[in-house]
Design a binder for this molecule. Structure first.
Ligand code: UN1
Length: 502
């Protein structure tokens, strides 16, 4: 079966046949470069109208009780369960990630829906002791307003769902600008939501709207004061533009930007675990997760053994069609991504790096697709190239002798998303997790840097942007807090003992 015929079957499945064939925007599969569909794109006037409609939806939805709002997300979770296979295939087709990871992405969506349903009865505020007699203080969490979501190609559905499920239970409509590389997944998600909304019955129109097209649509969300929160996932360069523009109008932004995630392997580490953990995190999704392991900081005493095992594992990696059973590494998203990888490898080599792998594969069969052997690059030092995020499967290896030095190397990059240590030494593990250890938003012991569960807060520090999405108390990003003081006495004492008798 060709990718085009698989796409046709899946688009029909989601009821998108005609809508996805008659537009102006070709969608190509990274698997073979074939055109999968032609979608209709939106213009700035559409973006403006979508925000207006979302604002109207907000006025109705904010007053619906939160547990009832949760019911809508419960129904979305059901629709996702029913269509897990089809959506997982579509994600694979459009991103090139292997089917197991495509299905995993949908599972992540189901998980966040379940989480959000529970949350819809737990949007708790505090009660606070008042210093004044006959007074009570509390805080109330209210819906925030229109949420704009800008998402990247590599998790074309899950990152939307983290934002969407929480935004909806918190009382907010969402306008979504997906990556222009993955509009089909977005259209399918929208179709599943519409199915859920129909079963729900009386949801306001326009709780979920899609803007398909180029970056100017995202810019519209960024600059419009009616968009209360802009949640953006992408490069640090994108975040550097988004953050000041949103701040300029005193909007809120939630940023998930680049990562340059390291694994430290110490002398006491279980190397079997380390090899598997590093391989999945470094080459999964063809190195195109924001949580991908990009640096290996390994103790000189185990360096040779570990690197030899990793090279062996890399040499045997099944690279190929992501929908075929047995494949572990699919293609890069496009030619630009391949060029960026090759440029980084050339620079690393010029800086003294020893490169193993990294070459293009399957070029004869797929001249329009970019399959690569993931690369291991043994570096003499943490150079500029190592400190930059290249969104491709390159693992830079650095040696260390002293654990403090390993920690310094781990932290000495501009990004701060994810990190891990493989060790059986309690002191090293706890130091890594302590205030003077990893400076990342995610710090793991004896597992890799990627594949986080939705229950925890997801995000990172420094150039990663500081945002936290998904689990824990990330829901607070999507609500506004009001502090309330209620006087149930017959007097009017002032705080701080102030006297003002009129
Ligand atoms: C991303 O790459 O933008 O932790 C998100 C992970 C996934 C999410 C990645 N749960 O790798």
């Amino acid at each position: 079966m060709t990718t085009t015929s698989i796409a046709t079957r899946l688009l029909d499945h989601f009821g998108l046949g005609a809508a996805a064939q008659t537009g102006d925007w070709p969608v190509r599969s990274p698997i073979d470069g074939a055109t999968l569909a032609q979608v209709r794109t939106h213009g700035l006037a559409d973006a403006d109208a979508a925000i207006t409609r979302a604002q109207q939806a907000f006025e109705a939805w904010r007053s619906v009780p939160a547990p009832r709002r949760g019911e809508l997300i419960r129904l979305l979770g059901e629709a996702l369960r029913q269509d897990k296979q089809a959506l997982g295939e579509l994600v694979s087709l459009e991103t090139g990630k292997i089917l197991s990871e495509g299905l995993g992405e949908v599972q992540e969506m189901i998980d966040i829906c379940d989480f959000a349903v529970g949350l819809s009865r737990q949007l708790h505020g505090l009660t606070i002791a008042s210093e004044r007699p006959g007074h009570r203080m509390m805080e109330t969490w209210h819906p925030l307003g229109v949420v704009g979501v800008i998402s990247a190609f590599n998790f074309p559905a899950a990152v939307w769902s983290w934002n969407f499920a929480l935004a909806i239970v918190c009382g907010n409509p969402v306008v979504w600008k997906p990556s222009e590389k993955t509009p089909l997944t977005a259209l399918a998600c929208q179709a599943l939501f519409e199915r859920a909304a129909q079963r729900f019955g009386d949801a306001p129109q326009d709780l979920s709207q899609l803007l398909v097209g180029a970056r100017e649509l995202g810019e519209r969300l960024v600059d419009d004061h009616r968009v209360a929160l802009v949640s953006a996932t992408g490069s640090t360069r994108m975040g550097r533009e988004v953050a000041p523009r949103v701040a300029q109008r005193f909007g809120r932004s939630l940023l998930e930007l680049g990562g340059n995630n390291a694994v430290i392997v110490t002398p006491s580490a279980d190397l079997d675990l380390a090899v598997r953990g590093i391989a999945f995190a470094a080459v999964g999704t063809c190195g195109q997760r924001c949580t991908t392991t990009r640096r290996l900081i390994v103790h000189e005493g185990v360096r040779e053994a570990l690197v030899a095992r990793l090279k062996k594992a890399y040499a045997g990696l099944p690279v190929g069609h992501p929908l075929e059973a047995g494949t572990l590494v699919g293609p890069l998203i496009d030619g630009a991504s391949f060029e960026a990888m090759q440029a980084a490898l050339r620079l690393a080599a010029a800086e003294g790096g020893r490169v193993t792998g990294g070459e293009r594969l399957l070029q004869a069969e797929h001249p329009q697709a970019y399959y690569v052997r993931p690369a291991i690059v043994e570096m003499p030092a943490q150079t500029d190239t190592v400190r930059r995020e290249t969104f491709a499967p390159i693992l830079y290896v650095l040696g260390y002798t002293d654990f403090d030095e390993a920690l310094r190397l781990q932290n000495d990059v501009p990004q701060g998303l994810s990190s891990a240590v493989f060790t059986n030494d309690l002191r090293e593990a706890e130091t890594f997790l302590s205030a003077s250890g990893s400076d990342c938003g995610i710090a793991n012991v004896n597992i890799g840097t990627s594949g986080a569960e939705i229950g925890g807060a997801f995000g990172g520090e420094k150039e990663t942007g500081g945002g936290r999405e998904s689990g824990s108390d990330a829901w607070r990003n999507y609500m506004r807090r009001a502090t309330n003081t209620v006087n149930y006495s017959r007097a009017l004492p002032l705080a701080q003992g102030v006297r003002f008798d009129v």
